[in-house]
Write a protein that binds this ligand. Structure first.
Ligand code: NCD
Length: 311
């Protein structure tokens, strides 16, 4: 992989994706083999928005490769409160760390920040924009459970503000996939994403629906998302769609026996906990896959940054 920064999944070719997933599978099979591979390496974490999984799995990944992290910590306790710009903050922290991970509420923040630094910068979510490292662990989970070619996937919930959805749909267009998008009309995919998916060279098929019922039986994977309350300009608009598109065992009665249900988490009320113990549920496994996948990504990027050949 030869990328300085990872900002959107649009950067990733099918070969790039397979390189990361194959490396993740290798690492997953023998974590001890890489336990000291990046000893002395420091990963800088800059999270301007709440995070549990993304931040902790990056931290775990770096430590399991023998490295460590330096963490800006909560925005409230950093110089951001004194009015420091993002451009200045990343320029300072690149002097402390070998790579940076940035999450920010503003769409486009990662692109802007990456222009100020020479070390690799990984976008861990920019507003309603992109979340490419989540996509890689989503793809890993899909590959393990259903395979990535000849895939019929339903992506449901907040498709407008859900950055994991935008990144996932672009990445899936590298594969032979039928993508069904299920949402209320007000939360449909942004039109530019639909346009781009229609243009995708490999001809992924996309369709939009307002109900799950009609396509559920044909799905290999159902990817459920949270309504992104914090991104609604108006709380009333949120209240109008809150609680829609929930699934429970009854909803899934017509699903294929081998349906895989995924969710980037955190869930609020989209998936009834009664599904957790069924064979459909893959969302906790999905969250755990964040560690080997981020280990693989860091390994590939840091080895590149040091000028090592891909192994
Ligand atoms: C997602 C995010 O932050 O975009 N969480 C995550 O990284 N797993 C999804 C969400 O917040 O709903």
């Amino acid at each position: 992989m030869r990328h300085d920064h990872l900002i959107t999944s649009k950067q990733l070719s099918r070969t790039d994706i397979e390189t990361v997933l194959d490396r993740a599978a290798e690492i997953d099979a023998d974590r001890a083999a890489v336990a000291d591979r990046h000893a002395g390496t420091l990963l800088g974490l800059l999270f301007y928005e709440p995070s549990t999984r993304t931040k902790m799995s990056f931290e775990t990944a770096m430590k399991r490769l023998g490295g460590d992290i330096v963490d800006m910590g909560a925005v409230e306790s950093s110089s951001v409160t004194k009015g420091e710009t993002l451009a200045d903050t990343v320029r300072v922290i690149e002097g402390y760390a070998d790579a940076l991970v940035l999450r920010h509420p503003k769409q486009g923040a990662a692109t802007m920040a990456s222009e100020f630094v020479d070390v690799p910068l990984l976008n861990a979510g920019d507003g309603a924009g992109h979340h490419p490292t989540q996509t890689l662990l989503d793809l890993y989970t899909i590959r393990e459970n259903a395979g990535l070619d000849d895939l019929t996937i339903g992506i449901m919930g907040d498709l407008k503000y859900g950055r994991t959805v935008h990144s996932l749909s672009y990445a899936l267009s590298n594969f032979d996939t039928r993508q069904h998008f299920i949402s209320p009309e007000s939360l449909q995919l942004p039109r530019e994403v639909v346009y781009d998916l229609h243009q995708a060279q490999d001809g992924t098929q996309i369709r939009e629906h307002d109900s799950l019922e009609e396509i559920l039986p044909s799905l290999d994977v159902l990817y459920v998302t949270r309504i992104q309350r914090e991104r609604f300009p108006d709380e009333n608009e949120y209240q109008q769609v809150a609680g829609e598109y929930q699934i429970d065992p009854e909803t899934l009665e017509d699903a294929a026996d081998d349906l895989t249900v995924m969710h980037p988490l955190p869930r609020v009320d989209e998936i009834d906990p009664a599904i957790d113990d069924t064979d459909y549920a893959a969302y906790f496994e999905q969250a755990h896959n964040g560690v080997p996948v981020r280990m693989a990504l860091l390994d590939l990027l840091l080895s590149d940054a040091r000028g090592e050949d891909d192994e």
